[in-house]
Design a protein around this ligand. Structure first.
Ligand code: BGC
Length: 755
């Protein structure tokens, strides 16, 4: 805090060369700090409070230019930002009013949830994480930023970096899964993609890292629920991706809806001011979640708008999204002495700095160029990346007898593609809540290449006879379709079942209490599966699902997630072997809901845990402890072998770097990509440590017979940990290092760290 305010003083004295707030380093906007101060000096209290007010646009509430007083409020300098507005011409109009018809001409900043693409829709973020391909993820977000910025959006509310272990929570689809290390790398890649190297460039947008913090751990997976966890666990599992995002220069952060350890996150001073701003030295803009300042009153942690405003601003939050709480309460909070003018100024400074960084003061219409819009949205080459991304995200869970890929000259002649998601023309499928539902987006289903639409011609071209049989999930037609589907399967030599979840059921406020394939689809799987045809189950899902019978009995299972616009093409690429699957699970798949939360980086109990049905062990009477599929798991059409781990020595000084070397060989007949994963275990720390912690990974491509040697380096930042007094430390003693292709099948090496 001392550093922070002295930096401010230096800045206000005009020694600007010394002032480089973390995110502003990435903008070419000139003389940032002096211009912020000059602007601030001109503003009245009302204008300042207006800058802290963000209001929703057309898609969420119907609030719009023309049908309410939005323009009047902009004219009155009561609005600093508009979110979720889709109409390009109206954005031009609003910006014109802000620039020309207000006293100071401060530009508006437009925010939007660009979650898995803007106009070109990519696989959901959880799927992207399953690619473990950071270069690909960065390219996706670069395209998303190209499109969003060309359509007048300046700011995305992404990446969501909430680590979660609970598939009941609908928003697992929006994150990178259960692991803080993988989550950190994904967060950095996404921020690099959105923000590029210069925030002021017309084709970049500001990132907003969310939701700070703990939201992924809502009790019972119930949306918006309470979160309670030890500060040590918070440091270890929740905060790392946020820290990585802050270090990567995320221009903004968003509060979380939840109460964390008793405090609503929007008014959590420890989180926002002590950890994020002071300890991590992050100087960006903190925006609330949708009315989360107002919800502090509902939580029973603030009395009224005045109290909520005072508590949220004092905690370090800056901008009020959609709640109007600051509009109603901040001035009275100042008059009542609950906040100071300096505190309000500090929040306004951050908003102004944000707008300057985006280059909005230099050219408020930079992002509102009709010609660029026409030339940019949905360019064909963006589709090519969407196809690549969808294929690389898919995870092959099972492939008994090498049933896949389907190749020419196969002994099968007739293939039946069956299921509710074989050819769904509904605009509720293959994408997510963020791109579908609630009348929120203008997408129509014709933009999606459906599975059968691409797979059927691809297979026919290879000489197969293909039938497509849809199964309607509506209770009225289910029984009829179901018997038609059985007939179709009987008539075929091979069956491809397309099952899963509706895209509309993925995302915010889509929590569930069952992980079984919804709408009785486990029954479809078992009835078709019992026909004993060679059968492939393709899942379109947004979370780990439970399909116990299919897991045991269906020979091939492919997790396709919600793949976006290029669903069918990507599926055809993978099923026909044009693309060799290389995705790995970013989230453990449980055998049953009863195992949740289940995650790979757990602590050991003091008891054996493998013996099902035995008392005095740490297990279940009715189920194994092991998950259905572990974190990091995914098969390929080829096989890889791992050599033993080579370590230069067995004892290292605590200041030294450990190098673990492994050789991976493609032992199969086709080229393939492998995600080589590096885990550690600290066996003798002063507190109990997880049985495994991911500390590195590399995705490599190997031709048949080719070998590659990889070296993973481990130093104090990998081997240390937060203890229960919240001190980062590393203890001498025994460690293990594990290298392999998933979190279970690993080669192991041992070393010791000594003083
Ligand atoms: C969500 C945020 C989102 C915001 C704006 C909220 O309900 O929690 O993640 O960015 O709405 O759409």
């Amino acid at each position: 805090m001392i550093l922070h305010s002295s930096l401010r003083t230096i800045c206000s004295l005009g020694l600007f060369a010394l002032c480089t707030p973390a995110f502003a380093q990435k903008t070419s906007a000139p003389n940032l700090e002096s211009r912020v101060e000059a602007q601030l000096a001109k503003m009245t209290l009302e204008e300042k409070i207006g800058q802290l007010n963000q209001v929703p646009g057309d898609i969420s509430t119907g609030t719009d230019v023309g049908n309410d007083d939005l323009l009047a409020k902009i004219r009155a300098s009561q609005i600093g930002s508009v979110l979720s507005h889709t109409n390009f011409q109206k954005k031009i109009m609003m910006q014109r009013v802000a620039m020309n018809e207000t006293r100071l001409g401060i530009p508006l900043v437009f925010g939007f949830d660009v979650i898995h693409g803007y106009k070109t829709i990519f696989p959901i973020p959880l799927a992207q994480a399953a690619s473990w391909d950071m270069g690909l993820i960065e390219r996706i977000e670069r395209i998303a930023a190209e499109e969003a910025s060309a359509d007048g959006q300046h700011w995305t509310f992404a990446p969501m970096v909430d680590v979660s272990r609970d598939p009941r929570w609908g928003r697992v689809m929006e994150g990178a899964g259960e692991d803080p290390f993988l989550g950190s790398r994904v967060a950095e890649a996404r921020i690099r993609g959105f923000q590029g190297t210069d925030l002021a460039a017309a084709n970049t947008i500001a990132a907003c890292t969310k939701h700070f913090a703990g939201y992924g751990f809502v009790e019972a997976g119930r949306e918006y629920n309470t979160v309670d966890m030890s500060p040590q666990r918070l440091r270890e599992f929740v905060l790392p991706p946020f820290k990585a995002a802050a270090d990567a220069g995320s221009a903004s952060f968003m509060n979380a809806f939840n109460v964390l350890n008793g405090v609503p996150a929007s008014m959590d001073k420890n989180l926002i001011t002590n950890i994020l701003r002071t300890e991590w030295k992050w100087e960006g803009l903190m925006v609330s979640d949708w009315n989360s300042f107002g919800e502090t009153i509902v939580h029973g942690a603030a009395e009224d708008d005045l109290d909520a405003s005072a508590k949220c601003l004092t905690a370090g939050s800056d901008m009020d999204m959609a709640g109007g709480t600051f509009q109603r309460g901040l001035k009275s909070a100042l008059e009542a002495g609950r906040v100071t003018q300096a505190q309000i100024d500090e929040a306004v400074r951050r908003v102004l700095r944000f707008k300057f960084s985006l280059g909005l003061f230099d050219d408020p219409n930079k992002y509102l160029n009709q010609q660029r819009r026409d030339e940019t949205l949905e360019r064909p080459e963006f589709r090519a990346v969407a196809r690549e991304a969808a294929a690389k995200s898919m995870v092959l869970l099972k492939n008994d007898g090498g049933l896949l890929p389907i190749t020419e000259g196969s002994r099968f002649k007739k293939i039946a593609i069956i299921g509710p998601y074989a050819d769904s023309k509904s605009n509720k499928d293959y994408m997510s809540f963020w791109t579908l539902g609630l009348g929120m987006r203008e997408y129509d289903s014709t933009k999606v290449v459906r599975p059968a639409q691409a797979l059927k011609p691809a297979l026919e071209e290879m000489g197969f006879e293909v039938t497509v049989t849809e199964i309607c999930l509506d209770a009225n037609c289910f029984e009829k379709d179901y018997s038609v589907a059985i007939d179709a399967a009987r008539a075929a030599d091979m069956v491809i079942m397309c099952l899963g979840e509706r895209g509309i059921n993925c995302g915010e406020s889509r929590s569930v209490t069952s992980l079984e394939l919804p709408y009785d689809q486990n029954r479809i799987a078992s009835v078709l599966g019992r026909l004993s045809k060679p059968t492939v189950m393709v899942l379109f899902n947004s979370r780990p699902l439970v399909f116990d019978w299919a897991r045991e009995n269906i020979p091939a299972i492919l997790v396709a997630w919600q793949p976006g616009f290029e669903t069918g093409n990507a599926l055809a690429d993978v099923l026909t072997g044009k693309v060799n699957p290389s995705g790995k699970l970013p989230l453990t798949f449980p055998r049953s809901l009863g195992q949740v939360p289940i995650y790979y980086n757990h602590l050991n109990t003091g008891r054996p845990q493998e013996q099902q049905g035995q008392v005095w062990t740490s297990g279940y009477l009715d189920s194994p402890v092991e998950p259905a599929y572990p974190f990091g798991f995914g098969l390929s059409y080829t096989t890889f072998s791992y050599s033993g781990i080579k370590l230069a020595k067995s004892r290292y000084k605590m200041t030294e770097t450990v190098e673990a070397i492994v050789t991976i060989t493609n032992t199969g007949r086709v080229a393939g990509e492998e995600v080589v994963q590096c885990y550690i275990r600290d066996l003798s720390a002063d507190i109990a440590r997880p049985v495994k912690e991911l500390k590195g990974f590399e995705k490599i491509k190997l031709a048949p017979g080719e070998s590659r040697e990889l070296t993973f380096r481990l130093s104090e930042k990998d081997l240390g940990y937060w203890n229960n007094e919240l001190v980062w430390k590393m203890d001498p003693g025994k460690f293990q290092v594990f290298l392999g292709g998933d979190s279970k099948n690993l080669k192991v090496g041992a070393f010791e760290m000594v003083r």
